[in-house]
Design a protein around this ligand. Sequence first.
Ligand SMILES: Cc1ncc(COP(=O)(O)O)c(C=O)c1O
Length: 456
Amino acid sequence: MDKAYIEKYINRTFIDFMPGQEFMKYPVVFTQGKGVYLWDTEGKQYFDAIGGIFVASLGHRHPRIIAAMKEQMDRLTMVPPLHSISDVTLKFIETLGKVTPGNLNYIKSFSGGSESIEAAIKFTRQYFRQNGQPDKMKVLSNYLSYHGATFGAMSASGSPRKIKFEPQMPGFVKVYSPKQLRDDFVTWEETCRYAAKLVRRTIEAERPETVGVFLVEPICNTAGIITPTEEYFHMLRDTCNEYGVILIFDEVLTGFGKTGDMFAAQTFGVTPDIICSGKGLSSGLIPVGAMIAREDLAQGFNAGTEANGQNFMHGHTFANFPLADAVATAVINVMTEEKLPERARALGKYIRGRLEGLKKYGVIREVRGKGILLGVELVEDPVTNRPFPEGRKLGTALKRTALDNGIILRIDADWFAMAPPLVTTDDQAAEMCDKIEASLKQAMDIVSKSRSVLHA
Ligand SMILES: Cc1ncc(COP(=O)(O)O)c(C=O)c1O
């Protein structure tokens, strides 16, 4: 496709979080996808090692999901949301409820992850208001976290992505993330223990009667696949129980098999009060996310009448959208029948081994993650953990070499991550790891050449 044509129309839209000029240095326009692969306008094949953006867990264009979608399209695609619900949505609630931990069975689907976070925050606020605790409105979450792009979800986020839109909404309080504390402690266990204590202390300092929620990603992608210990989550659970704080896991990214279980909550052995989900729930065939809350928390809402107004005062035009719920139901069925969370464990073991093997190049601090959701931190010196300096970041060079080698990864200046589809075959996993290794070596060459130029 002609570069001038792409530029003309790229200037009439934008690529998520990416400067347009950066995109135009290597404009990628895809025309086809199947399984773990995507093809661009030139016919070049790419290994999509992040399934879009941690979405296509069953690979692109999974035939069973397409079949379920077609069947639904031939029958019913929209129902009046103020009056009714579809049969397929009821089936979706039944199906999802069978794979969630504990009694997390109060479910509503939305158009994506941010909407499910917004809904969860509003759910807790109305819940406390109706349960005689009207001051429990504050939402606590971690610095560096990412919970979405809408205003509430963005205010709950600690990621620098929100800086241009500050001030955040009132009532959102941040706590240091384990990542920010790790160089103050000898072990990761100690770091996480202290981070969990800080959550407790922050709740105490803010006054427990004003804190309604602690919202946390079980594995934080935007900070570099930060993977706390199980103990961290148990400590959070205890603190939240003690102070009557609702624990929300943002599993938009971690949910649906990637960590080796349907939810990371199961991987870490801790059941939150609410799970927010998205991404992998659709495997990329339609926008969908879901709020999944403890059924007993919704009792008050279920007792709602015109007179008492206790029903959850929330909705979206495309909430509980039949076509989306048909897709999500089919995705969960495929995952369960094909035991894909188990597959994620086996695949993850192999990939992690290959990534650990890259340490021989002397630029890796750590390989992190669970199952097939894995991240690699890049440093200039793995003994002192000194990062690469600004202007010579290995991740920046890797962004280019990965595309040259036809592999899509999530790459930041100091780390990269992946979560290939759960249907990736052994051969494909080896191909992916080969491409990562080749791209890393080429990126190291670029960075070392730029050092020799600097020192010449
Ligand atoms: C952990 C997490 N929460 C929430 C979101 C927001 O989801 P969406 O982009 O579907 O609105 C994302 C998206 O990347 C995410 O990774």
